[in-house]
Design a protein around this ligand. Sequence first.
Ligand SMILES: [Zn+2]
Length: 144
Amino acid sequence: MTSKSKTAINRDDRWLLSRLDHIWDQYFPNILQTNKVFIKFGRFAKYRLGSIRLDKKTKISFITITSMFKDPNIPPEVVDHTIGHELVHYAHGFSSVHPRLHKYPHAGGVVKKEMAERGMGYLYESYKKWIKSYRQTVRITHGW
Ligand SMILES: [Zn+2]
């Protein structure tokens, strides 16, 4: 089988952490990590690609990424986009201990705007392309 060559980079939680570190260094150098931040694959969610929550007791932020993204056929930029999106929430004070900058996490397209300003516009472009064909696939599979 060809599965070996395809999974040259094994997409596990360690891989996710390396992507998070890279994205943080590259695009969020001015955002201090003022609490512990964990990242891991969650369940195989078709629509909720990523999420971030703060454990109020331990003050740990948890980023969860859909296990669907373990599939090596999904462009790594799409995974990076999802991590970048959650980090914008973190930077804006949602599910982090940073001051809250907006009333709502997605108010007026602030996430997309912030990503573009931080140089992640190309990630959004990859995501947009992928989500378009993905939605079509899901629609066909489910007969919508
Ligand atoms: Zn969001």
